[in-house]
Write a protein that binds this ligand. Structure first.
Ligand SMILES: CNc1ncnc2c1ncn2[C@@H]1O[C@H](COP(=O)(O)O)[C@@H](O)[C@H]1O
Length: 357
């Protein structure tokens, strides 16, 4: 790898990347939300919601956790509340990741029941859309993680989500997650459903220590007792727990732009804990979290990491190589990602980057 060449957007876009922590509804672009809004407005002129491009003006990324969570209920979920919109949004999100040079995606979503749509229909629709997408391109492999919303779900509801995940393993559901507003809920109620998920061979990823409110010693040790394969965010982590995470070599899904813009960390990009974790022996996966809000695609997360932590092309390449260890889909896909990276390495030297299908 020629490190005399700078890390630029062309490089980070062409690099075969993986994304493991993208929330479906948070990844919908403003333009796509606008298109869904326009269609609804045409079908029902009395549809009483302001244009997403007004509610989420282009360039706005300063969502605090409070404004962030309320935007889903006030806007996104008002638009993606029918199966046609869900298909449209899912296709748009998949296309955006492909276009950004992602070669392996584990998308996550909370199966929401709404307006006559059951959780089963929601999951089936997303899986149908993914299956249809697979027929159009082989470049990007796509899998699904089903998420439990700690802000609203009971243990029985979490159990139902885990059952749905188990039932749909053969269709590409690879894991389960606990997400939602970290200032709400008691994660210990999900112990049994997550034990069932583990026993049935699903990957476990958990939102972990996102805020001080969700970083008490008891919450973190409860979450670690679920035997997670990966952790998301890992911000407010005491030293003893950091040691345990390293001992277990847990995969870490780090979301630099989200954490900086939402003020989940103190300080700016340079202060992000990527700077700490990159020296530890855990696979690190740079992730977008919610690119629809923070407007930083995966390629830009790699660029930011390079710019703020003085990383070379080889460093980024190595982050990608190691990140493959953290995927849920198994050895075949790990080899596939590593093979794509190996193929990419000489291509970059010759500056013949031409991977789009
Ligand atoms: C700071 N980052 C985050 N922390 C915690 N939960 C998050 C999140 N970003 C997104 N979500 C969760 O994912 C849902 C949207 O996608 P789906 O409707 O499931 O596709 C949000 O409602 C929220 O519960």
């Amino acid at each position: 790898m020629d490190n005399s060449k700078p890390v630029d957007q062309d490089f980070t876009k062409a690099l075969p990347k993986i994304e493991l922590h993208a929330h479906l509804s948070g990844s919908i672009s403003r333009q796509c939300l606008h298109e869904i809004w326009k269609r609804k407005k045409e079908q029902t002129p009395a549809f009483d919601l302001e244009d997403p491009l007004v509610l989420m003006p282009p360039g706005k990324v300063d969502y605090t956790l409070e404004t962030f969570f309320s935007t889903f209920s006030k806007l996104t979920y008002q638009l993606c509340n029918d199966l046609e919109s869900l298909v449209y949004a899912t296709n748009s999100v998949l296309g955006d990741f492909l276009e950004d040079g992602v070669v392996y995606l584990e998308l996550r979503t909370i199966p929401r029941a709404s307006h006559g749509i059951t959780r089963e229909e929601y999951v089936n629709t997303v899986l149908d859309t993914i299956e249809n997408f697979r027929t159009k391109t082989e470049r990007m492999s796509v899998f699904l993680i089903l998420a439990v919303d700690r802000g609203s779900m009971t243990a029985t509801e979490a159990d139902k989500i885990v059952d749905l995940a188990i039932e749909n393993k053969s269709r590409g559901v690879v894991g389960v997650d606990i997400c939602g507003n970290p200032t709400k809920g008691d994660v210990s109620i999900y112990k049994e459903p997550f034990a069932k998920a583990k026993a049935n061979g699903l990957g476990i990823t958990l939102h972990f220590a996102e805020t001080t409110a969700s970083a008490s010693a008891s919450e973190l040790s409860t979450l670690l007792s679920f035997q997670p394969d990966r952790l998301g965010h890992v911000i407010h982590v005491p030293d003893e727990i950091k040691k345990e995470i390293v001992r277990r070599k847990v995969g870490l899904e780090l979301c630099i732009s989200c954490n900086v813009h939402a003020k989940m960390i103190n300080g700016g990009f340079l202060d992000h804990h990527f700077g700490y974790w990159r020296h530890e022996d855990c696979p690190i996966v740079l992730c977008t979290d919610d690119v629809g809000f923070f407007c930083s695609p995966v390629s830009n997360e790699y660029l930011l990491a390079a710019q703020h932590f003085a990383l070379t092309r080889t460093d980024l390449f190595n982050v990608c190589m190691k990140s493959a260890d953290a995927i849920f889909a198994g050895e075949y896909y790990k080899k596939r990602i590593r093979g794509m990276l190996e193929e990419f390495s000489p291509v970059i030297e010759l500056e013949q980057v031409n991977w789009l299908p």
